[in-house]
Write a protein that binds this ligand. Sequence first.
Ligand SMILES: Nc1nc2c(ncn2[C@@H]2O[C@H](COP(=O)(O)OP(=O)(O)OP(=O)(O)O)[C@@H](O)[C@H]2O)c(=O)[nH]1
Ligand SMILES: [Mg+2]
Length: 413
Amino acid sequence: MFIDKAKLFMAAGKGGDGCMAFRREKYVALGGPFGGNGGNGGNIVIVADRNFKTLLDLQRHPHYKSEKGEHGQGKNCHGRSADDLIVKVPLGTVVRKDGEIIADLVNDGQSIIVARGGRGGRGNSSFKSSRNTAPRIAEKGQPGEECTVDLELKIIADVGIIGYPNAGKSTFLSKISFAKPKIADYPFTTLSPNLGVVQFFDKSFVFADIPGLIDGASHGKGLGHDFLRHIERTKVLLHIVDAFGYENKNAYSTYVAINKELKSYSLVLAKKIQIIAVNKIDVPGTEKAVKLFKKKKKNVFPISALKGTGIKPLLAEILRKVKTVKEEKPKEIQSVHYKYEPEFVVNKVGDAFEIIGKKITDLVAMTDFSEPESFGRFQNIMKKIGVNKKLKEKGIVQGSIVRAGDYEFTYEE
Ligand SMILES: Nc1nc2c(ncn2[C@@H]2O[C@H](COP(=O)(O)OP(=O)(O)OP(=O)(O)O)[C@@H](O)[C@H]2O)c(=O)[nH]1
Ligand SMILES: [Mg+2]
């Protein structure tokens, strides 16, 4: 099965907790802080790998979770950071987060971090200062990022084969490559794209055979619509026309109709170089159709995909045209969309107040509220970044309930 879409749920590992410990050695009085930092949680990284062909496996296993960082320990031992979790996708995978494209992975090995692991919490050694030589403060690990990611595979081929159903597209592909697509004497035999590699002297080219297009394809009729986007990135199009036409259309009318569909689907497609082949000339009586076609359009290649007639000059022309099209540079979009977010927002909910924002929820998650000194630090940070001021503006009074992340406390002046 050919699967070209998947939605993945990512949960990156939390950072390890920082350690609170004190030096306890013989002959060393008043040992100082001795707690190491936690290790970082693992990132989740999506990597393009040319050995993968579809998104099927990913669609079946949509949940990914990277490891946590190890906790820090005494004697200033830092916790080990977790390894990144690698998720492999086929070349041509477009990665979206919140509907925005964040990467277009077209080269082998190209990657993007989609969910960042949490930072390891700092141990109490890190909080030592001239004013506080024995801090009882250690951060807990930062939570890892959680997100959903939408993947979409857009095949990367040099040549896209288009045409009405039953025109002989798959037959052509099977003739020029080792691909073994299903071929049959009825429309819509091909249900998903087939790729074939054509060796031409020292170069190889990839051809993509997509399901047949019909009138209204650009608006979802037939099967073709879903697959039109796969040929958006091809360099040229090979338009195979059945010499007998399709249903009540003659060969030339099918050519015109498909071009109309391409145009209403995307201008990019409509503007692509198209090489036209009129197929099935082994059948007696097709000369007339070819002649008629040639009156309207000079550059046409009469072929028989079945018998192999006329294929060499056609291939030579296609490959000559492919070489004239510049290689499209992959889009490296990685996080160019910088979203401005305020550090925090204070809302009044009934009589209570809630503080929202990643900075605050992280701070709450990383604070050990059972240690008065840690709690003191929490309060200082809230004051420093202006949370207290905002709470007062919103009308907070002594004893009001304040919620931040999972934490709830009563406000005291
Ligand atoms: N006589 C003759 N028959 C052909 C030729 N090329 C294809 N056919 C026949 O036409 C029918 C359709 O061929 P396919 O290759 O499956 O056509 P397709 O364009 O891939 O069709 P869809 O996948 O349905 O869109 C089959 O019965 C083929 O054997 C040809 O050059 N000559
Ligand atoms: Mg086919």
